[in-house]
Ligand binder design. Structure first.
Ligand SMILES: Cc1cc2nc3c(=O)[nH]c(=O)nc-3n(C[C@H](O)[C@H](O)[C@H](O)COP(=O)(O)OP(=O)(O)OC[C@H]3O[C@@H](n4cnc5c(N)ncnc54)[C@H](O)[C@@H]3O)c2cc1C
Length: 401
């Protein structure tokens, strides 16, 4: 019987173990992870959990008892350090070794360090794990001031949650706008305005040159004092193990549409991978999202048990800030025009990115119908009538050309 070892017990690894059993795998499953908690969801760490609206049980992907009940040998607080691909075995930091028939790597990503003096100070905060979130929560409250370096999704969500807890928040972004790498100008302008209206001090086009636990220094020599500093400048794929196994890596472990690496006995899933996206013409990309982790967990589990591959999905993502639900599908690759449907002034609108007559990305704020229809149209490569798409009185069902 096939023995599957999964390294990394996060969203992708925990889900893969469950799918393998659901799809009928009889052999042993070892699920080994560095963290102390069973697999849990990270999105609430910057949202509901941080604001005190969700407890640990609500974060867990499955109740702790699930793993033993499904003969999944879940091992917590263990770190894999290398892979001997020839011998098909994994070595752990405590000296133990585990043999495998099939290995699934699901080691995720880690917070990028700020490359300036003080950037490695142990009191700096980052937000990747439950432990990180506990440290952050402990410093938020009335009378406290949080400085967030980086105006990406995690930084903005943390700032919104800090405001909800009564703390002041300042967001420091090097680019001329927040969300510069991941969203349209329309969306950046909209979120900047809303955060400022909520009392967040957003500073863009500002370079941090040094950092300490209680503030940052900017390129013009000025200082921003804070009770705590959160670094939120993106995440880096954890590919050290994959490199030790000799797998092809290129800003993430290179995998195919079934999550196979260049070694037939090793799969890789989740944030750590660079994967093809069939809905976008097969372009290869490193996605960091829960839907991606789930889709690749299904791909790997299906391939291992010999089931047909799941139907490919358009990539998608969400972010919650204040009462705003942002949902994004696709990627704005090769887009040559943008169409805004609805009025950002009403906080309900969508930005469509088109390449020719095809939608390649939709950014929807409090607009689930636009998101759902846009996601489907991206998946189908369907052409749309731009004039009808721009007109909110025309139903999304009838915008296809
Ligand atoms: C604060 C925050 C908010 C987010 N919000 C959203 C959101 O709103 N929507 C969305 O779609 N996505 C969101 N994401 C992203 C989403 O959580 C990730 O894409 C998802 O968790 C990826 O799953 P993964 O299993 O690949 O990685 P992870 O969930 O990071 O799991 C990887 C696990 O592997 C372990 N590991 C690493 N190296 C080793 C090793 N050598 N040995 C053993 N174990 C190891 C790690 O400790 C970790 O537990 C958010 C992420 C964060 C941090």
């Amino acid at each position: 019987m096939t023995k599957v070892v999964i390294i990394g017990a996060g969203h992708a690894g925990g889900s893969a173990a469950a799918f393998l059993r659901q799809y009928g795998l009889e052999g042993d499953i070892v699920l080994a992870g560095e963290e102390a908690a069973p697999p849990y969801q990270r999105p609430p760490l910057s949202k509901a959990w941080l604001k005190g609206e969700a407890d640990l049980d609500a974060l867990l992907l499955r109740p702790e008892s699930f793993y033993a009940e499904h003969r999944i040998d879940f091992r917590r607080s263990v770190t894999a350090v290398s892979i001997d691909a020839e011998a098909k075995s994994v070595a752990f930091a405590d000296g133990a070794r585990e043999a495998y028939d099939i290995l699934i790597l699901a080691t995720g990503s880690t917070a990028r360090k700020l490359p300036v003096p003080g950037g490695d100070h142990p009191e700096l905060l980052e937000l990747r794990t439950l432990r990180d979130a506990e440290r952050l929560k402990a410093v938020l409250g009335p009378g406290k001031r949080l400085a967030v370096v980086g105006g990406g999704y995690v930084g903005l969500e943390a700032a919104a949650s800090a405001r909800a807890l009564g703390a002041q928040a300042v967001v420091i972004e090097r680019e001329p706008r927040v969300l510069a790498r991941v969203a349209s100008q329309t969306l950046s302008d909209f979120f900047t305005a809303r955060h400022r209206a909520e009392g967040v001090d957003i500073r863009t086009g500002v370079e941090v040159t040094a950092v300490a636990s209680h503030g940052v220094t900017l390129a013009d020599g000025s200082e921003i004092a804070a009770d705590a500093v959160l670094i939120g400048i993106g995440a880096v794929a954890c590919d050290a193990l994959a490199i030790s196994a000799g797998l092809a890596c290129d800003n993430g472990v290179v995998v195919d549409e079934q999550a196979r690496t260049t070694d037939p006995a090793i799969f890789a899933i989740g944030d750590m991978t660079r994967r093809p996206i069939p809905a976008l013409g097969g372009v290869s990309w490193r996605l960091e999202s829960v839907p991606n982790a789930l889709e690749q967990a299904k791909q790997a589990a299906a391939a291992i048990v010999g089931r047909p591959a799941p139907a490919p999905e358009a990539p998608w993502f969400w972010s919650d800030q204040y009462d705003l639900k942002l949902q994004i599908a696709g990627l704005p690759l090769n887009a040559d025009r943008q169409i805004v449907r609805g009025d950002p002034g009403t906080s309900t609108f969508a930005v469509f990115h088109l390449s020719g007559a095809r939608i390649v990305c939709v950014e929807a704020v409090n607009a689930p119908p636009e998101f759902m229809a846009g996601k489907q149209l991206i998946g189908k490569h369907a052409a749309v009538d731009p004039a009808r798409l721009a007109d909110p009185s025309v139903s999304m069902k009838s915008v296809a050309a």
